[in-house]
Design a protein around this ligand. Structure first.
Ligand code: NAD
Length: 510
């Protein structure tokens, strides 16, 4: 039996399908473009699946046409004038309300993240909990946002450097933090008075849709945030080249980031661009590190989100005096990681997010074997029993990795860790810096001299001392260098508002 019917859940056309199959009631969310405050349904659709058990469908997704994207930009352009002229207090009120509404739904939001992306419920909960923080942080910040007054050389004169919003901002996000990244881009953008066209990753649009839905429930005027879902080649292209785009904030892979950079560079006008890209993050474990502390930091950094974080630890550079002990202790600790469905509270590590992710990670494991690194633990797909319908790969460790190996150099974006010994700090710095990426580095040590020297010499955007590389905080600036980002503007923290505003200089004379 397969009965379906449609129920209304909000004033702007969002449906839920109730499918009744073998006495099971499955809630299938229906999501799609939201343009001018109205949810749109299109004929071209696809289904998102739970990567822990692909028999479970999560949502039916309506794909935007290129005309929808143009319409979304027109709507954002129309909405800009009114929204940007509201007082910061009026904009902040919407954000505070949205924070309250979101907080009431944390449990269901966390479950949805896990069901669509695969991370554990604890990881999803931590991600969802950030959203109200982000909303309140920028609501508060925008009230005290100030320019500067500068003395003038003319008598009876004063110069003001005032901050203004940019206009329509294009926001493009990846699937691994499906709500935190959209929130930390959209919220400062609209707090500052911009309007937004937003494209989430096709793999995880449902939770992103919820954020936009809540903003409208909180009283956001129509057109201030528009959402479109669809492939990078069509929808994504228009997101970069539409005539109304004033700025683009993009998070994703280095490869696509380069394409975005080229497409924007080819326009016959200037568009502000923020690129936050991949990483190949290392943790340096010094000879004075306590092994038990190092284990916690490394294991959390490497295997949270099954290694699918831009800030994941994928390399450990350990002093030769503790190297063997650390490898053995890591092997033992990692063998106790419980892999499973993220909804199970006993799970430490969930599945990979898609079949493509699984294939890519297994390919890299084969490459690692082929290039002579020694497999210490894991290395296989998990495909039997509870793993039968999911995209599972064992947490994996390679030792004796060297910098000429691809597994040492390239972003794998999965639960694969490379360990390499070093003799002295010069060699540690060289190993960390020898990759093209420069997002985050960890240092495990109690020696302040060593910590400060490494912090200065490691070519990365963030340094984490005695803490795991994943799990940055919303109130501090974030961003990578080298191939990890175009390093002009930071995201998050107060600095995010630098990207979403421009300075106008006003000369006063009386
Ligand atoms: P991706 O680059 O494949 O896609 C990112 C987004 O770009 C998606 O929404 C995608 O649809 C869109 N896109 C694809 N082609 C496009 C095009 N031609 N024009 C415009 N948009 C296009 O990345 P992903 O697989 O979704 O995410 C994983 C990557 O993101 C990893 O490399 C990871 O390190 C990186 N990441 C970086 C950060 C950071 O803050 N530095 C955070 C999270 C993830």
């Amino acid at each position: 039996m397969d009965l379906s019917f449609i129920g209304w859940i909000s004033h702007y056309n969002c449906y839920i399908f109730f499918r009744i199959q073998f006495n099971l009631v499955i809630f299938l969310e229906v999501v799609g473009p939201i343009i001018d405050g109205i949810a749109i349904n299109r004929d071209q659709r696809y289904i998102t699946l739970n990567p822990a058990d692909t028999r479970e469908r999560v949502s039916m997704v309506s794909v935007a046409t290129v005309d929808d994207v143009r319409h979304a930009f027109d709507s954002a352009y129309e909405a800009f004038d009114k929204w940007s002229r509201l007082s910061p207090h009026e904009r902040a009120r919407v954000l505070y309300r949205a924070a309250d509404l979101f907080e009431q739904e944390l449990d269901s939001m966390a479950r949805l993240i896990t069901r669509e992306m695969g991370k554990t419920l604890a990881e999803s909960r931590a991600e969802a909990e950030r959203v109200p923080w982000i909303l309140r942080f920028y609501a508060g910040l925008i009230l005290r946002q100030s320019g500067r007054s500068i003395p003038s050389q003319v008598g009876n004169g004063l110069i003001l450097a005032q901050r203004e919003p940019l206009g329509v901002v294009s926001v493009i996000t990846p699937w691994n933090f499906p709500i935190a990244i959209p929130a930390w881009k959209i919220v400062p953008a609209i707090a500052a008075g911009n309007t937004v066209v937003f494209k989430p990753a096709s793999l995880t649009p449902t939770i992103a849709y919820k954020l936009v839905e809540i903003l409208y429930k909180a009283g956001l005027p129509k057109g201030v945030v528009n959402m479109v879902i669809g492939p990078g080649s069509t929808v994504g292209r228009e997101m970069l080249t539409n005539r109304h785009v004033e700025a683009i904030s993009f998070t994703g892979s280095h490869e696509v980031g380069l394409e975005v950079h080229k497409a924007v560079g080819g326009l016959d006008r200037f568009v502000r661009l923020q690129l936050e890209l991949g990483g190949k993050n290392a943790v340096v474990v010094a000879e004075d590190a306590r092994i038990d502390e190092a284990l916690d930091i490394i294991v959390r950094g490497a295997y949270s989100l099954a290694g699918q974080a831009c800030t994941a630890t994928s390399r450990v550079i350990a002093h030769e005096s503790i190297y063997q002990r650390l490898v053995e202790a890591l092997r033992e600790r990692v063998s106790r990681i419980r892999v499973g469905n993220g909804l199970d509270p006993n799970t430490d590590m969930g599945p990979l997010s898609s079949i493509d992710q699984k294939k890519k990670v297994l390919t890299y494991i084969e490459i690692g074997r082929g290039e002579g690194a020694t497999l210490v633990h894991g290395g296989r797909a998990l495909e039997n029993g509870i793993y039968q319908y999911g995209y599972y790969v064992e947490p994996t460790i390679f030792k004796d990795c060297s910098k000429d190996q691809r597994i040492f150099q390239e972003e794998i974006f999965g639960p694969v860790l490379c360990i390499t010994p070093y003799r002295d700090l010069d060699e540690a710095v060289d190993l960390v810096n020898s990759v093209k990426y420069g997002l985050v580095a960890g240092i495990i040590s109690r020696d302040i001299g060593r910590i400060m020297r490494l912090s200065r010499e490691l070519k990365v955007g963030l340094v984490r001392v005695n803490r795991q590389t994943v799990g940055v905080e919303f109130q501090a600036p974030f961003g990578g260098v080298k191939a990890s980002g175009n390093d002009i503007y930071k995201e998050q923290g107060e600095e995010a508002l630098d990207f979403y505003t421009r300075i106008k200089t006003v000369y006063l004379h009386w």
